[in-house]
Write a protein that binds this ligand. Structure first.
Ligand code: MRU
Length: 321
């Protein structure tokens, strides 16, 4: 079954409500820019490429896209796809293109880029490999058929059904449940593990390959991704497990020098304080962390597999816009 996380139909933006999955498959219909911003902020739709596409369609619901862009940009601060998508639609609109056509063009572009990422990344996965992933990076997180890191896994499975996936549950929002849901739809063998078990499985030699997505990649290769990614990267290095980052160019922010410049969203403590805690327990809840580039074996993009970010920049410059 093809998962359609984002669809523009009959003048409305339909978003598969990810906060209800896996128990309910319900679409939220947005008619205004503010409704779209709320859906992004409340994580009804989530994942860097998916919120970019959603924001692009959000502008198509606006009478004054230039004026309303900020409402969308302020919804979540860390993933740069949001800004890149908004900038794309606004600049196409300035050139005379209809905002809906521009949003569709952005959506199609992400579809194509993710397909290429999946193909490029799948060349690294060998028969029978056990792969660990963190967060959700599939159709739900990208609004397209494959996804980024999970797209690589899906493509590798199409070519070799013997692969196995360790799915980090990804506290506090349990994006691992979404990954597990997507893997189940396809029949890909996997086990969910608590985030703190990743190191133990690596130490026992049970993980051959670790792969994650990214929300913002700086010019030096430091990158922000879901909280807990940094731990996975450090543990992978310690245990000689190759650690890959799969992301389209829309997730790169080459205007910033390093990860120090990335703004990390801190969400409500209620997401952390489940009812196992006494009333009034305080918590901190950073939604993302920054992993230094030295932990990354290579970046997998639509252009290929790159050990150095410079290669991504050069590949980007070499294609006509
Ligand atoms: O808070 P979320 O669920 O939006 O965070 C999503 C992630 O961190 C993903 O790993 C990232 O966006 C890459 S998605 C293809």
């Amino acid at each position: 079954m093809e998962i359609k996380a984002i669809e523009f139909r009959d003048g409305r933006l339909a978003l598969l409500d990810q906060t209800l999955l896996p128990h309910k498959t319900e679409y939220l219909e947005c008619k205004t820019v503010s409704e779209v911003a709320d859906a992004i902020r409340d994580m009804k739709v989530r994942g860097a490429p998916a919120i970019g596409i959603t924001a692009a369609y959000g502008l198509a619901l606006s009478e004054k896209p230039e004026d309303d862009a900020n409402i969308l940009l302020e919804a979540r601060p860390t993933a740069v796809d949001l800004k890149n998508a908004v900038d794309f639609v606004l600049s196409k609109n300035l050139d005379g293109m209809d905002t809906l056509d521009a949003a569709k063009e952005w959506h199609n572009m992400i579809e194509e880029k993710c397909k290429k990422i999946a193909e490029n990344g799948a060349t690294l996965v060998k028969d029978g490999m056990k792969i660990l992933t963190h967060c959700n990076t599939g159709s739900l997180a990208t609004g397209v058929s494959y996804g980024t890191a999970l797209g690589v896994i899906k493509k590798a499975w199409e070519e070799n059904e013997r692969i196995f996936v360790f799915v980090d549950e990804t506290r506090p929002r349990f994006q691992g449940a979404l990954t597990s849901w997507e893997l189940r739809q396809l029949g890909i063998a996997h086990d969910v593990i608590v985030d703190s078990a990743a190191g133990q499985f690596m130490k026992r030699g049970e993980v051959d390959f670790a792969i994650v997505g990214a929300d913002r990649i700086a010019a030096n290769g430091d990158f922000a991704n879901k909280i807990g990614t940094y731990q996975v990267a450090v543990l992978a290095k310690e245990n000689n497990v190759p650690f890959y980052v799969a992301a389209p160019f829309s997730s790169f922010d080459l205007g910033i020098k390093s990860g120090d410049e990335i703004k990390i969203e801190e969400r409500n403590e209620k997401e952390v304080v489940l009812d196992v805690y006494p009333e009034g327990t305080r918590a901190r809840n950073p939604a993302f962390d920054v992993t230094p580039s030295r932990y990354v074996t290579a970046f997998i993009t639509e252009f290929g597999i790159h050990k150095k970010i410079k290669e991504v920049e050069e590949a980007w410059k070499s294609i006509p816009v």
